[in-house]
Design a protein around this ligand. Structure first.
Ligand SMILES: Cc1cc2nc3c(=O)[nH]c(=O)nc-3n(C[C@H](O)[C@H](O)[C@H](O)COP(=O)(O)O)c2cc1C
Length: 344
């Protein structure tokens, strides 16, 4: 099956997130029906210089397929060699990051800085596509700043270089994570280019995912922070798109148990504890008494107490609230600042 065929079956995809879309989380979110998964950004230079930690980030298992690894870098040859290393690992595709706004990355010309130099961007795409047989995808922002929106030009170049799809985070680099994603511009780009386009930015509910997919005639929707609050969003979006009305039973406590098991396979107890605490807090965002619950989480000393507190909180919550009315609750917290930083 071609990579784009997966989007035809299910257009809803987890967005890459550094520190989050690691090996364990990718397995977790594939089980929750993200159509494909992709790693957090990996340094091409780190692979070139055999950095051990960079190599560790490339692990995956069969259950994650179709799975891609995301690379960032500034040098076409180094990126091409890194893509070959990625291909040799046996993944299904390689994704290139042209969205990262972090100064440490952009000041060397990598990430979103590549949007200021489309000649270099074209060289990178050409070198990487020639170097590997697996599909190459890209993730960009709308442009460097408000005066230089150029994702449509990137789309033309990418199509001509044989890139499989382009995901667009609907903010400029200058916006960082401020303001709202510019979905109208994503729609304009889609109407102008031949390359498949995935839209991204601020999707919090299945209703939004399906509405924007249809309204802007997109090939897919990338969901990041919305999936950290509600990992069921992929199942819900797909059901809504397909007109299925069955209720998706939500059980955030069971999701935490699953995450705990997956992290136990690859992480230290300390890291598992940190991750569980974060996820429990994110799942509670927008629900009644979440501030009190989070306080308890941060007082918890180990994974067992985090799970016990979570069991108490979520079972009480869902015995008195209908979890399927959550969309309204999340909408009302739209303005709440939630992870306003990242690498794309
Ligand atoms: C904590 C965090 C880490 C991120 N790391 C990456 C990354 O490694 N690569 C990337 O392309 N985008 C990264 N992003 C950007 C997301 O993929 C996405 O474009 C952005 O969060 C907007 O989508 P959302 O509103 O659905 O979260 C990151 C975002 C966050 C919040």
């Amino acid at each position: 099956m071609k990579l784009t065929d997966y989007l035809k079956l299910n257009p809803f995809v987890i967005a890459p997130m550094a520190g989050i879309t690691d090996h364990s989380f990718r397995t977790f979110i594939r089980r929750l029906d993200s159509s494909v998964v992709v790693s957090e950004l990996i340094s091409a230079n780190g692979l070139e210089y055999h950095n051990e930690r960079t190599f560790e980030m490339m692990g995956f298992d069969e259950e994650q397929r179709p799975v891609g690894l995301q690379l960032f870098g500034d040098d076409p040859e180094i990126l091409a060699r890194a893509a070959q290393v990625v291909e040799a690992k046996g993944v299904d595709f390689v994704d290139l990051n042209f969205g990262c706004p972090v100064p440490k990355v952009t000041k060397k010309g990598a990430g979103s800085a590549m949007l200021k130099d489309l000649v270099m961007l074209q060289k990178v795409l050409s070198a990487v596509v020639k170097a590997v047989k697996i599909p190459v995808t890209i993730k960009v922002r709308t442009g460097w700043d408000h005066n230089s929106l150029n994702a449509h030009e990137v789309g033309h170049i990418a199509y001509n270089e044989g890139i499989t799809w382009m995901a667009i985070h609907g903010r400029t680099r200058s916006q960082n994570y401020e303001g709202k994603a510019n979905w109208d511009y994503i729609g304009e780009v889609k109407a102008k280019v031949k390359i498949p386009v995935l839209g991204n930015g601020d999707v919090l509910t299945a209703q939004e995912a399906v509405e924007w997919l249809k309204k802007y005639n997109l090939d897919g929707i990338l969901i990041g922070r919305g999936a950290l609050r509600n990992p069921y969003i992929f199942k819900e979006s797909l059901a809504l798109l397909q007109g299925r009305t069955e209720t998706i039973q939500k059980d955030f406590y069971q999701l935490l148990v699953l995450l705990s098991e997956l992290y136990a396979l690859r992480c230290s107890d300390r890291l598992r504890e940190i991750q569980l605490r974060k996820f429990a807090a994110w799942f509670s965002t927008g629900y009644p008494d979440s501030a009190q619950f989070r306080k308890k989480l941060f007082q918890s000393q180990n994974c067992d107490t985090i799970l016990a507190e979570s069991k108490l909180y979520f079972s009480k919550l869902f015995s008195t609230n209908n979890p399927n009315e959550e969309s309204a609750s999340l909408k009302s917290h739209e303005e709440e600042h939630f992870l306003m930083g990242g690498h794309g």
